[in-house]
Design a protein around this ligand. Structure first.
Ligand SMILES: [Cu+2]
Ligand SMILES: [Zn+2]
Length: 179
């Protein structure tokens, strides 16, 4: 009898813990966003990017872009969520909420929108998986929701101001909240 009672209590406890975990998950749902990158005029770059904000203030950027020339391509978040111009000039400059100088991702001074380079293989496909600080997906001034992701023709040299001499914009995608 006691054994049955104990196992019933255990069941109740497990159910409570699971319920709390689910509630916590719902209440602290990590903000996420996506961007569908489309080619600019005379280019072929396209793909899907996903952004997920972690509790630690780090944003994980992942996805895949195809239709690139093999090698490194500058990859940034640009200030304006407008890819309408044939050359994506409408996306404006690099998103720079901290008023910093242009640089590399991972140590040192950089624009919040400086995501580094993505590297396409011989097949023209680049797999992306980078962690970024200095941006968010919420409603704060450093949120990148409503801005755009841009892929460039050339490598970002991380030094030339204000945009790393990465050449023309071959792909552009508006960042929208997912959920
Ligand atoms: Cu750019
Ligand atoms: Zn920059």
């Amino acid at each position: 009898m006691i054994r049955i009672l104990l196992s019933m209590l255990a069941l109740v406890a497990v159910t409570l813990v699971e319920g709390c975990a689910r509630m916590h998950q719902l209440m602290t749902r990590t903000p996420a966003a996506t961007a569908a990158v489309l080619p600019t005029r005379d280019n072929t770059a396209r793909g899907d990017i996903r952004l997920v904000q972690r509790d630690s203030g780090v944003v994980l950027v992942s996805g895949r872009i195809s239709g690139l020339s093999p090698g490194s391509h500058g990859f940034h978040i640009h200030e304006k969520g407008n890819c309408s111009a044939p050359d994506a000039a409408s996306a404006g400059g690099h998103f720079n909420p901290s008023r910093s100088t242009h640089g590399a991702n991972g140590g040192g001074t950089r624009h919040g929108g400086d995501l580094g380079n993505i590297v396409a293989g011989p097949d023209g496909v680049a797999d992306i998986n980078v962690e970024i600080t200095g941006i968010s997906l919420g409603t704060a001034p450093d949120s990148v929701v409503g801005r755009s992701v841009v892929v460039h023709a050339k490598a970002d040299d991380f030094t030339t101001q204000p945009s790393g001499n990465a050449g023309s914009r071959v792909g552009c995608g508006l960042i929208s909240r997912s959920e």
